[in-house]
Design a protein around this ligand. Structure first.
Ligand SMILES: [Zn+2]
Ligand SMILES: [Zn+2]
Length: 333
């Protein structure tokens, strides 16, 4: 029996596979569509975690990326190729990702993009129809360190796309502030303040259920507050405890970066938002992107619980913490 049948009556699901500075991945299911939000785990680990929570990697329809930091894209190329599915980026994020993977590329971005578009149809035809849902052991994950430095042959070999670390089966662009539809799921991307090229958060809507993803943001500006209204599920960053960060092991420059307006949300900032501005509408609040060096799950939880006390509609057991090293159970609507 197909393992998805167990969830057949839950048409809308939200599954955090990993959350934190060592990798971020979430699966959003709505109707017949399944989207992977970020691919910050290796393909092998991502597939392993999906199976742990009875999700089948072969049924993913698309990958959508919040921003180009490695904890959100480390397994992107391998996963997209393996599944033969499109990847949705903003143009700025895609450009930054390409630059990250090919620092010595000698084409301009425009030239390269044109080449990509011309080859897209051919590439799709080449995609392996009979997808093997195992990752090839020899297929190394891409990292900044392993990006090619072939100065003698700077332009990728068109006949062997795998030699181009930025090769993807299909690329789709979206813009912050412009809603898009991926199958049965409507996606509202919104700009977040973070030190990346064009970072975004998302509100996903399917079957009338609204699910927000807002991590990697230095503070919560008005446009984000507006997006987080009337959501049924809220995945919100609670990155660090201010005292732990201050006294912790990071160099001062890194502490400054985390604390800045384009860094990460502290437990305290998240609590302030939950206490004073959050509308209390979400059935599920998930705290995410917790720092392993500068936070403790208990601190994040206590801080958020105190803040949510005033919201009578929210039951205590509906506050969850997303973890770095294990997937959360599916949240089903
Ligand atoms: Zn991150
Ligand atoms: Zn980031």
């Amino acid at each position: 029996m197909h393992r998805l049948k167990r969830y057949a009556h839950f048409m809308v699901r939200f599954t955090v596979l990993a959350s934190g500075s060592k990798g971020n991945c979430t699966v959003v299911t709505g109707g017949n569509t399944r989207i992977l939000v970020d691919a910050g785990l290796s393909c092998r680990e991502l597939f392993r975690r999906m199976r742990m929570v009875d999700e089948d990697p072969a049924t993913l329809d698309a990958i959508i990326i919040t921003h180009e930091h490695s904890d959100h894209v480390a397994g992107l190329a391998v996963t997209a190729r393996k599944l033969g599915i499109p990847v949705y980026f903003t143009e700025g994020t895609h450009r930054a990702w390409v630059r990250w993977l090919s620092p010595r590329r000698q084409m301009t971005y425009t030239q390269w993009l044109e080449q990509c578009r011309k080859q897209a149809a051919a590439r799709m035809a080449e995609a392996d129809a009979a997808m093997n849902d195992e990752c090839d052991p020899e297929e190394a994950e891409i990292s900044a360190d392993s990006a090619p430095v072939e100065t003698a042959v700077p332009i990728p070999d068109k006949t062997i796309p795998e030699k181009d670390p930025t090769w993807l089966p299909s690329i789709q662009f979206f813009q912050a502030g412009k809603q898009l539809q991926i199958g049965d799921i409507s996606v509202s991307p919104f700009t977040i303040p973070h030190d990346a090229a064009d970072p975004v958060g998302f509100v996903f809507q399917a079957e009338g259920v609204r699910m927000a993803v807002a991590t990697d943001l230095g503070y919560i500006p008005p446009n984000v507050k507006a997006q987080l209204k009337s959501v049924d599920l809220l995945l919100l960053e609670s990155n660090h405890d201010l005292e732990m960060l201050r006294d912790g092991p990071y160099p001062w420059s890194v502490k400054q970066r985390v604390l800045s307006r384009v860094g990460h949300l502290s437990n305290e900032a998240t609590a302030t938002y939950l206490e004073t501005e959050y509308d209390g509408q979400a059935t599920y609040v998930i705290l995410g992107h917790l720092s392993e060096s500068n936070n403790l799950p208990e601190l994040a939880r206590i801080s958020a619980e105190r803040a949510l006390n005033g919201h009578a509609t929210l039951l205590g057991d509906r506050l969850f913490l997303a973890a770095q090293h294990e997937p959360m159970s599916n949240i089903c609507f």
